[in-house]
Design a protein around this ligand. Structure first.
Ligand code: FAD
Ligand code: FES
Ligand code: FES
Length: 485
């Protein structure tokens, strides 16, 4: 029988930490500050917007020789997801001789900090950047900082400091050699535990006396098995929605299934037709995948949240959450993406443009989950365009985001697929607009026809982000822009 257990094991600066007796929804930020007194990591917004809480989370690399890091918003990440991983906070950067990391020293030298509240998060985002790129240009630095708000210093001295820190030969790489053997020691099992009669037993990270659990399976079979036993269990992928629900709505799911360590869900497989993107693949990895083939999709993803959000957030989480203004869905719908849904040992494929049945309603049945997203490769002659309209360039919610695919045959538009978010209760295709475009030469498409099709397709509704007059105008102008270029 499964025992009551409540110990999360992770590595912090050359030591194994055993976090005992914490709730399954305790955030990494709260644990670091309240239990470990690592108060360098700050809480600003507790909703992933300000970046004051950024830390680096590490996993043992595939060869077992080093640590791969992601920068995350610790306010959104739940403590049990750290089991088997390592963490670096701003306190980790201090060297044995007391000297600062080159990024910290350059922040001092370039006056990159005033009140200092944002500084630890900014430093951690930058230290993460320079682990992979020791000569970042200004645009790369700006992108890396897009999830860190500083209200008093201004960004110029911070960007200058980063460039100054990256002088040739600077010791930018953090020393994590002591963490590697400990990470090996606390690795989670990669195979399911089986009972004597061959039944899968999903071992919890946290299990309370009431029977509430946080499980962190390693295999797809375990996820499917667990969801058949507990169909109401909450799936946890990148935690950028769930973390908000925990912090702002005090959500306390009884059963949480973390997908981040499931090997099959971490994979991107290429087929002759396209790519099969596992449900736990981060948006940063999707961005790298689509950048050469669908640059506009990559640009939409570059403007999706911020690097710490994208380092954990997933396409499957975006799709399952089903927000009317979810940004990945218009691109995926226009490109003809299909979802692979799994329940037990059975799978079915559902085109994404048929997945939603209403606001935050979809075709998933009890115990069913998204296993993968199938993204087709570009067809010969296919044009793909997409654009997100929001008040700020990054870290902002769409007024609307639209995407289109078409071909030009004999100068006429054909095979048109057009999709939007922000206009309807769920992201959707726009068949009436597609019909206006199909078979016409771009020069013959009239704005008035598009306006009429928009009016006939959607219910006029003003929203917090934009009025209907603005949204519908933008929706029309995006189409004109997409077919002009
Ligand atoms: C600061 C901030 C900025 C953001 N910016 C944007 C933005 O620009 N554009 C945008 O569209 N969104 C944005 N979001 C929303 C969020 O980041 C996305 O929806 C993200 O893709 C969610 O993915 P996740 O893996 O973090 O989901 P999680 O939080 O882990 O889960 C979200 C939901 O999906 C379910 N779920 C997860 N995986 C599966 C699965 N495999 N099968 C079935 N159900 C599953 C979960 O149970 C949960 O209900 C932002 C959020 C924050 C906090
Ligand atoms: S506290 Fe603001 S992003 Fe975490
Ligand atoms: S130094 Fe004050 S918020 Fe950045």
């Amino acid at each position: 029988m499964t025992q009551v257990t409540n110990t999360v094991r992770f590595v912090l600066d050359g030591q194994i930490v055993e976090a005992r007796g914490e709730r399954r929804t305790t955030t990494v930020l709260d644990y670091l500050r309240e239990q470990l007194h690592r108060t360098g990591t700050k809480e600003g917004c507790a909703e992933g917007d300000c970046g004051a809480c950024v830390v680096m989370v590490g996993t043992l690399n595939a060869a077992g020789t080093g640590v791969d890091y992601v920068a995350v918003n610790s306010c959104l990440q739940l403590l049990p997801t750290l089991d088997g991983k390592s963490v670096k906070t701003v306190e980790s950067l201090q060297r044995a001789d007391g000297s600062l990391h080159p990024v910290q020293q350059a922040m001092v030298d370039c006056h990159g900090s005033q009140c200092g509240f944002c500084t630890p998060g900014i430093v951690m985002s930058l230290v993460h950047l320079v682990q992979r790129n020791t000569q970042p240009d200004r645009q790369t630095i700006n992108d890396a900082l897009s999830g860190n708000l500083c209200r008093c210093t201004g960004y110029k001295p911070i960007v200058d400091a980063t460039q100054q820190a990256c002088r040739p030969g600077a010791p930018l790489k953090i020393d994590d050699s002591a963490d590697v053997p400990l990470l090996k020691e606390i690795q989670r099992d990669t195979q399911p535990t089986l009972s004597l009669d061959g039944e899968i037993i999903v071992q919890p990270v946290v299990r309370t006396r009431k029977g509430n659990e946080f499980v962190s399976p390693a295999t797809l079979a375990e996820v499917a098995h667990y969801l058949q036993t507990y169909p109401q269990a909450t799936l946890l992928a990148g935690s950028t929605e769930i973390g908000l629900q925990v912090n702002k709505q005090f959500s306390r799911p009884e059963h949480i299934v973390y997908l981040g360590l499931v090997q099959e869900l971490q994979r991107i497989d290429e087929t002759p037709q396209g790519w099969r993107i596992g449900a736990a693949v981060s948006l940063e990895r999707v961005l790298s995948l689509v950048a050469p083939v669908y640059p506009d999709f990559a640009e939409v993803l570059r403007r999706f949240g911020s690097p710490p959000i994208r380092s954990t957030a997933t396409l499957a989480g975006n799709i399952a959450n089903g927000s009317p203004i979810g940004d990945s869905m218009p691109c995926l719908m226009a490109l003809g993406a299909t979802l692979v849904l799994r329940r037990g040992d059975k799978t079915r494929n559902v085109p994404l443009d048929q997945f939603y049945t209403g606001q935050k309603k979809n075709q998933l049945q009890a115990g069913e989950f998204i296993e993968a997203i199938e993204l087709p490769k570009p067809a010969v002659g296919q044009v793909f365009r997409a654009h997100k309209v929001s008040k700020r360039f990054e870290q902002d919610i769409s007024a609307t985001c639209s995407a289109i695919t078409y071909r030009l045959q004999g100068g006429k538009l054909s095979s048109v697929k057009l999709a939007y978010n922000g206009l309807a209760p769920a992201p959707c295709r726009a068949p009436k607009l597609e019909a206006v475009l199909e078979g016409k030469s771009p020069a013959d498409v009239k704005a008035a026809e598009l306006d009429a099709a928009i009016a006939a397709s959607f219910t006029a509704r003003d929203g917090l982000r934009a009025t209907w007059a603005y949204r519908s105008l933008v929706a029309r102008n995006l189409v004109l822009e997409f077919i002009e270029q």
